[in-house]
Design a protein around this ligand. Structure first.
Ligand SMILES: *Cc1c(COP(=O)(O)O)cnc(C)c1O
Length: 820
């Protein structure tokens, strides 16, 4: 369904100038997601003065987009052949348009909200109902104020059921989502304390969530989650839970090795349901789906069979090092067209201009006509400039022509086995490879060949968490303040290239590294952001110029060396950053050297000062706030003397992560964000809700049962007093698991319990006491730090700081990148 631009103007109450009559098929909020520019409508969202959608209109216009929803005061005069729809709030307009679109269809729509499990319930309902309905649903976890309207926009005439999730983080958001989704069936998944931040208390959050269900025909929930008095009046319910008032009353759960038998009562009959999971969250989600299918009058025996076949949902896109310098992105989440688009965006972001190959199977057809489906696939491949496509499956093979026309090279196989028989004919070399296959095509067999063998200790790096942390800090900044992200020391151990790509995607202004070679490898990987290098030497000048890296100048000696070099090369106005030492006493000019330096800079035109900066010695600590103030005074003095001599503007910056939080007055023109990006709040006694980025994990190699008097490890530092069960794990001090954690100082996390180190940490292995932990097996996963044990805690045990723990994870530990 498409809308004429006149209709759109009417629906969103815009004052519109129509210079170019056309129809709209696609809604965009990010210029990088364009599929068909001609029929796309771009919404300029966001209120940030420099990072909002209006800022990207020139770029959007250059990619061929001709339709823009903007704020009233936007100056559209440079674009005489484009259409501008002017409104007070572009986000509201997006929601209004989606709500209008939704109201054109009379189909059942399931609206899902809750604190945990929204996406899983949505995906499982899809798996369970796919045979009965042509379903439209939210891609991945598109459940925000923007994601919901974009999802609902996909409803088409051939759909028979919609399933959309709604997530909120602030009061008053649900009302807007209710209007867009207009659910006829409401589902509340489990209510936890996740994302409580924006709300006064749990009660307020529940009340807000229930707003989604104001007009539903049926509301499905668990009686154990929801206090009786909060139930909506005048709404039919289908509840489950231990309460006798529940429509589906749970009698008991019988947990077995790999399944759970649930005894329940429905319509007075005692029945059993077998669930192929044993964890509480999955059981909760299955029972919620079960009620929904019962409400939809699917035969009870049929539901029971389908539940047997439910597959766990892994929403994370994994990025791993592959053979021959390749990078493998494995997205096994689902192979519908929307999630394909999202995966391609991620591929493009990570590849940053490097060669790309997409290995893809037949797509799931949920109603969209097959021809159109594969034409869309081809269009996406073309739009994302994919170099090579390897397509596996019978259906996609029928559209060879379209696919082959979209990429430089295309190959077709009827199944995975045929591809694997021939795969040696392909050269995979220094490229980014996306694997996106339906489950029955078993792409894990392809992944096994392409991925490097991983040593079983891994550092999992959650790039979504990193992006969220960036957002959290940006919210603390005054609107015009820029961000320099510190990716020195291999991105604080997380991997500078992968991290830099995410930062580039989110429009960070600057990157900084410690050494020239760190900057060079970022450039070689396709990073185009300006990069400051803090510690340069004469031997690196050539590379610095060749790769466009911007040095920190901290002394007259360095200034003269560089000046001489630039003069010989005939280079003028080379960008540099001046460092002043205001009390850290590490690198930098003395504050009283500003005059002399300024005069040199103005006399010789070899360099141009991009910024002047200093570093705080103790921004995190209130004890030293007076000293911080002294440092700031010296910084103001130095930078103003220099500014009075130079006849052009430069940026000033002094704040690190802790100062962003604790010293709002020190933001100046830019801040330098380091440890906070990686999920550690360095500012003591402040509450920031950062998300852990790096998780260090290993596995159990062997389990042993010791008797009293037995000793453990080198030098027999541990002698057990009672019968003791120990596990040997595959990590040691050579991996960055400090020897200081020996003999009960450190703990690791297994199966929901903490287990202390017993004996001394060895080079490659460590023994831990697991006597108190039930059901531990060899091969089980062990968390060293991550969700359950924080890096801060490990640092305390080692009498050090989180910085040393993160940067000390050895390079032999493979990094695995996740995108949620
Ligand atoms: C590392 C570093 C930072 C970042 O510090 P965090 O405490 O990690 O935020 C800022 N500025 C300079 C000069 C640095 O070396």
């Amino acid at each position: 369904m498409s809308y004429s631009v006149q209709q759109i103007a009417h629906i969103i109450h815009a004052s519109a100038k129509i210079n170019y009559p056309c129809h709209i098929n696609y809604l965009l909020t990010d210029t990088r997601q364009v599929i068909d520019a001609d029929s796309s409508l771009f919404f300029a969202l966001g209120t940030h003065p420099t990072r909002n959608g209006h800022h990207y209109i020139p770029i959007a216009y250059n990619t061929g987009i001709k339709n823009f929803v903007v704020q009233f005061d936007f100056d559209d005069s440079p674009y005489p052949d484009a259409n501008f729809f002017k409104v007070h709030q572009p986000l509201l307009a997006l929601q209004q348009l989606a709500a209008f679109h939704r109201s054109q269809f009379n189909l059942p729509v399931i609206g899902i909200t809750g604190s945990n499990g929204k996406t899983i319930v949505k995906e499982w309902l899809f798996q369970l109902l796919n045979a009965d309905y042509k379903i439209v649903r939210s891609p991945r976890s598109y459940n925000s104020q923007i994601g919901v309207p974009l999802s609902v926009w996909h409803i088409a005439a051939y759909h028979q059921l919609g399933i959309f999730e709604a997530g909120i983080s602030l009061p008053n958001e649900m009302q807007a989502l209710q209007k867009v989704i207009q659910p006829t069936i409401g589902i509340l998944t489990s209510i936890g304390d996740a994302h409580n931040e924006g709300f006064q208390n749990l009660q307020q959050k529940i009340q807000e969530k229930l707003l989604l269900f104001q007009e539903v025909d049926c509301f499905i929930y668990c009686t154990d989650d929801l206090p009786e008095e909060t139930i909506l009046p005048n709404v039919t319910t289908f509840s489950w839970g231990s309460s006798a008032t529940a429509k589906l009353q749970i009698i008991d759960y019988n947990y077995q090795l790999n399944k759970t038998i649930v005894h329940y009562k429905h319509n007075g009959n005692a029945e059993t349901l077998e669930i192929p999971f044993t964890d509480k969250a999955s059981i909760h989600n299955v029972l919620t789906c079960f009620c929904c299918l019962l409400y939809l009058k699917v035969n009870e025996a049929v539901i029971q069979q389908r539940i047997q076949l439910l597959q766990p949902i892994d929403m994370r896109m994994q990025l791993k090092k592959g053979i021959q310098d390749c990078v493998i992105i494995n997205d096994s989440y689902s192979n519908d067209i929307d999630s394909f688009g999202i995966a391609l965006d991620y591929l493009q972001q990570q590849a940053a201009g490097n060669r790309t190959t997409v290995i893809v199977s037949d797509f799931l057809e949920s109603g969209i006509p097959t021809q159109q489906l594969y034409e869309n696939v081809a269009q996406l491949l073309k739009q994302k400039k994919v170099n090579r496509c390897i397509a596996i499956g019978n259906n996609i093979g029928h559209y060879q022509h379209a696919i082959a026309a979209a990429v430089e090279e295309a190959y077709f196989f009827i199944d995975t086995t045929h591809f694997l028989n021939e795969w040696f004919r392909f050269s995979f070399q220094s490229e980014y490879i996306l694997l996106k296959g339906a489950r029955k095509y078993a792409f894990e067999r392809i992944a096994a060949i392409l991925e490097l063998q991983v040593h079983e200790t891994i550092l999992e790096v959650n790039l979504t968490a990193l992006a969220n942390n960036l957002r959290t800090y940006r919210q603390l900044l005054a609107p015009t303040v820029r961000t320099m992200a510190m990716v020195k020391a291999f991105g604080y151990g997380s991997g500078s290239i992968e991290v830099a790509k995410v930062l580039q995607f989110y429009h960070t202004d600057y990157l900084a590294v410690a050494y020239i070679d760190e900057g060079v490898s970022l450039r070689k990987a396709g990073i185009a952001l300006p990069i400051m290098v803090m510690n340069i030497e004469e031997s690196g000048f050539n590379a610095m110029v060749e790769y466009g890296l911007e040095p920190e100048i901290f002394s007259f000696q360095l200034y003269h060396q560089l000046h001489k070099f630039l003069l010989e090369q005939g280079i003028e106005n080379f960008p540099v950053h001046i460092k002043v030492d205001t009390g850290m006493h590490r690198l930098g000019f003395n504050p009283n050297e500003a005059n002399a330096l300024g005069n040199l800079l103005i006399a010789n035109h070899t360099m141009r000062v991009k910024s002047v900066f200093s570093h705080l010695a103790s921004a995190e600590n209130a004890l030293h706030d007076d000293f911080t103030k002294q440092q700031n005074d010296a910084f103001i003095y130095f930078s103003s003397v220099l500014q009075s001599i130079l006849n052009y503007q430069f940026l000033r910056h002094i704040a690190n992560s802790a100062a962003i939080v604790r010293h709002k007055n020190l933001q100046y023109d830019m801040v330098r964000l380091g440890i906070g990006l990686y999920g550690v709040n360095s500012a003591a006694e402040t509450n920031l809700h950062l998300q852990p980025v790096a998780s260090l994990k290993t596995t159990i190699a062997q389990i042993k049962h010791l008797k009293p008097g037995d000793s453990v490890g080198y030098n027999r530092t541990a002698i057990v007093q009672a019968p003791t069960t120990i596990a040997t794990i595959r990590i040691g001090y050579a991996d960055g698991f400090s020897k200081r954690l020996s003999n009960g100082i450190g703990f690791v996390f297994i199966n929901g319990y903490r287990a202390p180190v017993i004996g001394s940490v060895c080079m490659d292995m460590t023994m831990i006491n697991i006597s108190h932990i039930p059901n531990v097996k060899e091969g089980d996963s062990v968390e060293i730090f991550g969700k359950n044990i924080s890096v801060e805690e490990v640092a305390k045990w080692c009498s050090t700081i989180p910085y040393e723990i993160l940067t000390g994870i050895s390079q032999r530990v493979k990094r695995v990148y996740l995108n949620e």
